[in-house]
Design a protein around this ligand. Structure first.
Ligand code: PHE
Length: 338
């Protein structure tokens, strides 16, 4: 019996050595130590062992049982460690690989131009102010000396909300709102959205303008020319050539449109400048006394100038963009170039 026991121990260890999978380990445990296992079977036959040998036999049985259990536990542990290592290896992350870049937003080209213009005028002492996009007819037209039935109303095809409420067609109403609130001297710049019923490669129903207004004692047309010339050279470069062309706006007198020599062809004439060699950049003029009257400014004492320009147009010329609609399509491939 003792021999049998020792043989059983050897067999079990040998099997354990060959075992590789979890199932195999469990099977060995059942085969030898289970309720119907081989070692359990031998133990049941203890009655057949002679009395002298019983203590030794019992002791050996226990030792074998314990050592088999310990061996199986150890093998299981090793197996688990190995599997863990393998899992780690399979899941490994190469921290030296480049990551997935997070797509980052950037400032829209129109807003970049707005920021640039605002900071130039801030350096001339202008404050930035804003006005409503839904505007009363009074501020958008009447107070700016554009009465009902005035042909100048047709210059800007208007979106009406109610009879006397419009989507503002320009930023000029902010001039009136500001002058109603504060007394001269004043220098303000007002960027914002404006709306006109218009849509083609160079017009969108919504676009951005910037309005400028300076009022003080003794302001003259030379001041207007000086500030606008300085500004346009900052935006388009020192060598920019300008011309002031007589024009008409109901709220300025005299009025002038400011052109720059075409930035595309240098003045030779091209598609962008319509072969004229010049690009219209902004509208301007000395504030009409009729407007001062509407805000109770004394036009004997004060004078001023105003100007307005379209931001998309400036951005198109600065960046060589031929279709204004590109600004509003939100195509990231277009926008990320600026
Ligand atoms: N408001 C005018 C326009 O939109 C531009 C302008 C502003 C002209 C101020 C003169 C003075 O066309």
């Amino acid at each position: 019996m003792i021999n049998e026991l020792q043989q059983l121990g050897k067999d079990a260890l040998a099997e354990l050595k060959d075992a590789k999978t979890l199932d195999q380990f469990q099977n060995i445990r059942t085969k030898y130590l289970g309720r119907k296992g081989l070692l359990t079977g031998i133990l049941r036959n203890i009655a057949k062992v002679s009395d002298d040998e019983k203590p030794l036999f019992g002791k050996l049985c226990n030792e074998l049982k314990n050592s088999l259990n310990a061996n199986i536990d150890e093998a299981l542990q090793k197996h688990a460690d190995l599997k863990n290592q393998q899992d780690l290896f399979n899941d490994k992350i190469d921290v030296t690989l480049p990551g997935n870049a997070i797509k980052c937003g950037r400032i829209h080209p129109v807003i970049q131009v707005r920021q640039e213009i605002c900071s130039i005028f801030a350096s001339y002492g202008f404050s930035i102010v804003e006005g409503p996009e839904i505007e009363l007819d009074y501020y958008n037209f009447e107070a700016l000396n554009i009465p009902q039935d005035h042909p100048a109303r047709d210059m800007q095809d208007t979106f009406y909300i109610e009879d006397n409420v419009v989507l503002r067609t320009h930023t000029s109403p902010v001039q009136v709102r500001i002058m109603e609130k504060i007394q001269p001297p004043l220098r303000i710049l007002s960027p914002g959205k404006v709306y006109r019923r218009d849509s083609d490669v160079s017009h969108t129903p919504m676009f951005h303008q910037i309005e400028g207004l300076l009022v003080d004692q003794g302001v003259n047309f030379g001041d207007l020319k000086g500030i606008l010339a300085s500004f346009l050279k900052k935006i388009f470069g020192e060598s920019t050539v300008l011309r002031f062309r007589p024009s008409f706006f109901p709220f300025t007198e005299p009025s002038a449109e400011v052109d720059i020599r075409c930035v595309m062809c240098g003045g030779k004439g091209c598609r962008v400048c319509g072969q004229s060699g010049w690009l219209e950049i902004l509208g301007s003029g000395m504030v009409d006394p009729a407007v001062f009257k509407n805000v109770n400014y004394d036009s004997e004492k004060y004078s001023g100038f105003a100007f307005g320009l379209g931001l998309e147009r400036i951005a198109m010329l600065k960046y060589g963009i031929s279709d204004i609609r590109l600004f509003f399509e939100n195509d990231i491939r277009f926008l990320k170039q600026f």
